[in-house]
Design a protein around this ligand. Structure first.
Ligand SMILES: [Zn+2]
Length: 199
């Protein structure tokens, strides 16, 4: 990387923490902001600082939000008896954008991965069974990604929920093997939810 000035170098370096951004793109973005859009740059800095300082996890579903309880959990129109378990907040956004799901969520913030030291405790997996009993949930939809780790996570939850009154379903149709919900279009997600099967 060509060194320009300590402040620009620092900005270019910082931008590279964004997923998919290498040194070339980071340099372009940094110079573009400084050249053409300083106001936007300030707004971005403030928005980022505020979000990082104030956004935390919903006390109920663990979705990212700045209130104690997120807008979905606080919405009385959402069906409390349906709980959809997803790996990441971005999956909640993808399902919400598809627009057909009316229940609640539980966000794991990861998937089982013993190599990376991610076990059931980090993901709150054992809390799901407690939630299912406490809230009288009728159906738990396992919407973890159809990857090896996603399947292992779904399997663990199904074991933890064995004996609980809630029906367990797994999204199936339309989601390609090894695919991630984040990259799938809304129509496919609707089909995947409609085609869920008991596990
Ligand atoms: Zn919530």
């Amino acid at each position: 990387m060509i060194r320009v000035s300590p402040l620009i170098d620092r900005l270019v370096e910082a931008l590279q923490m964004l997923p998919g951004v290498g040194p070339k793109w980071a340099t372009r973005m940094a110079l573009n902001v400084l050249q053409h859009n300083r106001g936007g740059g300030s707004a971005l800095a403030t928005a980022l600082a505020d979000a990082v300082a104030k956004v935390t996890r919903c006390a109920q579903c663990r979705m990212l939000c700045e209130a104690e309880v997120c807008a979905i959990c606080a919405n009385p129109k959402r069906d409390e008896r349906l709980l959809c378990v997803v790996e990441s907040p971005v999956d909640v956004i993808a399902i919400e954008q598809a627009g057909s799901y009316t229940g609640r969520y539980f966000v794991l913030h990861g998937r089982l991965s013993p190599i990376d030291g991610i076990g059931p405790a980090q993901l709150g997996l054992d809390d799901i069974a407690g939630l299912a009993r406490e809230r009288g949930i009728d159906e738990v939809i396992l919407a973890t990604n159809p990857t090896v780790e996603g399947e292992a996570t779904a399997h663990y939850i199904s074991e933890a929920l064995a004996g609980a009154p809630a029906r367990l379903t797994r999204i199936a149709h339309g989601v390609p093997l090894g695919g991630e919900l984040e990259y799938i279009d809304g129509g496919t997600i609707v089909h995947a939810l409609q085609g869920r099967r008991s596990v």
